[in-house]
Design a protein around this ligand. Structure first.
Ligand SMILES: Cc1cc2nc3c(=O)[nH]c(=O)nc-3n(C[C@H](O)[C@H](O)[C@H](O)COP(=O)(O)OP(=O)(O)OC[C@H]3O[C@@H](n4cnc5c(N)ncnc54)[C@H](O)[C@@H]3O)c2cc1C
Ligand code: FES
Length: 361
């Protein structure tokens, strides 16, 4: 009994001390002005110490991706800290590989600026801008998916690569939060950004976007993302989407056929039921104009009584396996839930495709 009491008292003391330290840091400790140096002098800044690195960068119009809003759960805010970041935190390690830890990669939302700090940020990210746009239309595609078209106001154009995404600013009781949405409109329409958004019940960002109306203002940052389309027209393109992972596929396909009308491209899209199917007619129309576009939709659930479906059935990786021959030069883009990405990646690798980009959501 005495042991139990000692352990409980010791644990209580540790918790009280930790809480005291947090309160002291929040209200009593000031770090003054700290130097924030980006890319060895390319962009020297002075910031108020005590904030997170992510917040300091945002305050200076440097918009690092932050899909979880700085909670340390998405791993999108990785940047290299060469000096002044302090020791790596237990909240960071699960989202960093050993190689990243060795090379100084940190989560900008977890690192507090307490002294002069030196960081490296890829030039792509330094070019990310904050956009103001007006909602042009909001179209219902299925019971839980809407297509939202935003006309850009300031800046009036976006320079995006197919497959990239933006981070929409949504209001929340704790202040504005950012959520990532892939751009579905093609790169040759630089005055608009179209999004395909699935409603997550109770979700902040998706509920906000499902309720915007024509004329409303929407702010977002972007473009972000590592997708790079292979410019060699002889390389086949494979797009595999599931759930709401359609937006980047639409962008890639429309961009592709604007530039290479004869390029071989496969679109595989996995839905659960016929109620989840959208854009099928549009892609079938496009495939009539471009004979090398192959469109395969598959339903994973069984049909309801009286329903008809002449597409594929089963999980989408089975269709990929069925239609694609091995040994062809291909580049693949995958978007959807993690299990789908895993299964499709395995099939593609078995067929010899290694140039694979993916976004899990
Ligand atoms: C690179 C990238 C691109 C993306 N592109 C798109 C896109 O084109 N279209 C699109 O609709 N979404 C896209 N997403 C997902 C999007 O960023 C949000 O995560 C999603 O809309 C949920 O945000 P929310 O604010 O509505 O929900 P939150 O307020 O973040 O979450 C509310 C609750 O729902 C849970 N939840 C969060 N996400 C999901 C989910 N996907 N399914 C089920 N439960 C969930 C959370 O755990 C939480 O409990 C993308 C994500 C990434 C990382
Ligand atoms: S913003 Fe999500 S982990 Fe940092």
């Amino acid at each position: 009994m005495i042991y139990l009491l000692s352990i409980v008292s010791f644990a209580g003391l540790v918790v009280a001390l930790a809480a005291g330290l947090m309160v002291a840091e929040r209200f009593l400790v000031t770090y003054g002005i700290c130097k924030l140096d980006i890319n060895a002098g390319e962009k020297p800044l002075e910031v108020d110490g005590g904030q997170t690195l992510l917040a300091c960068l945002y305050a200076n119009d440097i918009f690092i991706p932050s899909a979880c809003g700085g909670k340390g759960t998405c791993g999108h805010c990785k940047i290299t800290v060469t000096s002044g970041g302090g020791p790596i935190l237990p909240t960071e390690t699960p989202l960093l590989t050993r190689k990243e830890i060795r090379s100084g990669v940190r989560l900008a939302c977890q690192v507090k600026v307490r002294e002069d700090i030196y960081v490296r940020i890829p030039s792509d990210l330094l070019n990310v801008k904050m956009f103001t746009s007006t909602v042009e239309s909001s179209v219902t595609l299925t019971y839980d998916i809407k297509e939202i078209t935003l006309r850009l106001e300031e800046p009036a154009q976006i320079n995006q690569r197919p497959g990239q995404y933006v981070q929409v600013q949504a209001p929340s009781p704790e202040g504005p939060v950012f959520r990532a949405y892939s751009i579905s409109s093609p790169a040759h329409e630089p005055n608009i950004v179209q999004l395909v958004v699935r409603l997550v019940p109770g979700g902040i960002g998706s509920t906000y976007l499902h309720n915007v109306e024509p004329g409303d203002t929407v702010n977002f940052t972007g473009p972000y993302g590592e997708f790079w389309l292979n410019e060699d027209p002889l390389v086949e393109i494979v797009c595999v989407g599931g759930g709401c992972g359609m937006a980047p596929m639409a962008n890639i396909i429309y961009t592709l056929y604007e530039k290479w009308p004869d390029r071989v491209c496969w679109l595989f899209f996995g839905c659960r039921t016929t109620k989840d199917v959208f854009y099928l007619k549009e892609f079938e129309e496009l495939a009539k104009k471009h004979k090398n576009l192959h469109v395969v939709y598959a339903l994973s659930d069984t049909l309801e009584e009286g329903e008809t479906w002449d597409g594929e059935t089963g999980f989408i990786h089975l269709s990929v396996d069925k239609y694609l021959e091995a040994g062809v030069r291909r580049q693949a883009f995958l978007c959807g839930p993690p299990l789908m990405i895993e299964a499709v990646t395995r099939v593609l690798e078995e067929k010899g495709t290694e140039d694979i980009f993916y976004d899990e959501f």
